[in-house]
Design a protein around this ligand. Structure first.
Ligand code: PLP
Length: 380
C-alpha cells in the first residue's frame, strides 16, 4: 500500500494500530465466549461491557442503549424493519439521498405494506425541515395512531452534506414520530450528542472510523418501540442474538475513542488537504463544481468536472496509484448516474464527470497536491 495514495476514506479507513493489537488479544489469548460462566471468560465479558460504555460515552448515550451489529447496513435494516410491530400501521419518512442500506430497506417495507415517503433535497443536498413538517402534519391528520419513523442520514456519503438533524428530530417529536439517523459517515468525524440532538436511533459502522470491518452498532434510546433483529440467544438483551465478536467490538471502541479525542485536530489536518486540492485545481483554471453544502463532513470532496467521465478519471488516477471513487463506492457495480447527483439536479455537463476524493487522518497536504497535479495532467 506504501506506493498508493489512498483518498477513499468515505469507503473505508485504515485500521488503527492500537485497535489491531487489541483485536489480536481477543482472537488469540482471551478468545473465550463472553457468555460462559467460568473465570476464563471474565476478561472478554468485562471488556465487552467496557467497550459498550466507551462507545456510549462517545455519543452521550447510556451503555444499555448501545447494541452491537455487523455494521451500518445491518443497523439501518434493524432500525427500519423492526420499528413498531407488524400489527401497527407503519410509516417511514426518509430522504431521496439516503444510502442504499436505507433506500432498499424502505422499498422492501413498502412491498410488505408500510407507507414510505421520501423527502426531496435542495441542490446542496439538504432536507427541508418545512417539508418534513408539512408531511408529518398531513399524516397525523389522516391517522392519529400510526407509528411514524423519520429516517434521515446525518451526513451524505457521496457529497458530504450534513443534515439539520437536531431540527428534524424536534419536528418528528412534535408529531409523536421517532427519529433515526444513519450516522455512518459522521460518527468519529464530527461531535455527536444523541441526547442534545434528540436522536432516538443512530446507526454507525466501525470501518469508517479506523475500526475493523464487519462491526458496528445501533443506538436505541430507551422507550423506542422496536423488536428483535436476530432471534436466538440472549445476547444484546435478547434483541440481537449471536455470539459477540469481542475482538472487533473492543477494537471498534478503541478506534472511536481515539478518533473522538482527536476530532478537531483531525479536522484541521483534513481541511488543509481539502484546501490544497481545491486551490491547485482553481489555480490551473480547471472547470469543476464542488458538490454539497458548505457544512460538510471533513474530507469529503465531491468534484464534478465539466465534460469529463468519472469512470475514466478514476481509472487514469488508478494508473497513477491514486485511489478515489466515482459517485459512491458502495455502488461501484452500478455505473448509472448516482441517485444523489440526480437529486441535487447537477447540470448535464458535469454530472458524468464526478469523482469523490475523501481524505482521512492518514492523508497529508503533499498527497492532496499530488492528487491535484494528477488531475490537472489528466485534464490536459
Ligand atoms: N450508510 C452510509 C451512509 C454509508 O456510507 C455506508 C457505507 O458506505 C453504509 C451505510 C453501509 O455501512 P457498512 O459498510 O458498515 O454496512
Amino acid at each position: 500500500m506504501k506506493n498508493y495514495i489512498y483518498a477513499d476514506n468515505a469507503a473505508t479507513t485504515k485500521l488503527d494500530m492500537d485497535a489491531f493489537e487489541a483485536m489480536q488479544q481477543f482472537l488469540i489469548d482471551d478468545y473465550s465466549n463472553p457468555s460462559q460462566p467460568y473465570s476464563f471468560s471474565k476478561r472478554a465479558k468485562v471488556e465487552l461491557q467496557n467497550a459498550r460504555k466507551e462507545i456510549a460515552e462517545c455519543i452521550n448515550a447510556e451503555p444499555d442503549e448501545i447494541f452491537f451489529t455487523s455494521g451500518g447496513t445491518e443497523s439501518d435494516n434493524w432500525a427500519l424493519k423492526e420499528f413498531g410491530s407488524p400489527e401497527d400501521v407503519r410509516t417511514i419518512i426518509s430522504s431521496e439521498i439516503e444510502h442504499h442500506a436505507v433506500l432498499n430497506t424502505c422499498s422492501k417495507m413498502r412491498r410488505s405494506g408500510a407507507n414510505v415517503c421520501f423527502l426531496r433535497v435542495d441542490n446542496e443536498g439538504l432536507v427541508s425541515a418545512d417539508e418534513l413538517e408539512k408531511l408529518l402534519s398531513q399524516h397525523r391528520r389522516d391517522n392519529d395512531s400510526e407509528k411514524i419513523l423519520v429516517s434521515i442520514m446525518f451526513a451524505n456519503n457521496e457529497i458530504g452534506t450534513i443534515e439539520p438533524v437536531e431540527e428534524l428530530a424536534l419536528i418528528a417529536h412534535k408529531y409523536s414520530a421517532f427519529f433515526h439517523t444513519d450516522a455512518v459517515q459522521a460518527v468519529g468525524h464530527i461531535p455527536i450528542d444523541v441526547k442534545a440532538m434528540h436522536i432516538d436511533m443512530l446507526s454507525a459502522s466501525a470501518h469508517k472510523f479506523n475500526g475493523p470491518k464487519g462491526i458496528g452498532f445501533l443506538y436505541i434510546k430507551k422507550g423506542v418501540p422496536i423488536t428483535a433483529h436476530n432471534d436466538g440467544g440472549a445476547q444484546e438483551r435478547g434483541l440481537r442474538a449471536g455470539t459477540e465478536n469481542v475482538a472487533a467490538i473492543v477494537a471498534m471502541a478503541l478506534a472511536l475513542k481515539k478518533n473522538n479525542e482527536k476530532i478537531q485536530e483531525n479536522k484541521n489536518r483534513i481541511i488543509d488537504c481539502e484546501k490544497a486540492l481545491i486551490s491547485k485545481l482553481e489555480e490551473a483554471r480547471i472547470d469543476f463544481i464542488r458538490n454539497g453544502s458548505p457544512n460538510r463532513i471533513p474530507g469529503n470532496v465531491s468534484l464534478s468536472f465539466k465534460g469529463k467521465d468519472g469512470e475514466t478519471l478514476l481509472h487514469r488516477l488508478d494508473l497513477m496509484k491514486i485511489c478515489v471513487s466515482t459517485g459512491s463506492a458502495c455502488d461501484s457495480i452500478n455505473t448509472q448516474v448516482s441517485h444523489v447527483l440526480k437529486a441535487i439536479h447537477l447540470g448535464e455537463d458535469y454530472v458524468k464527470g464526478t469523482i469523490r476524493v475523501s481524505f482521512g487522518s492518514n492523508n497529508t497536504v503533499e498527497e492532496a497536491q499530488q492528487i491535484a497535479n494528477a488531475l490537472i495532467k489528466i485534464m490536459a
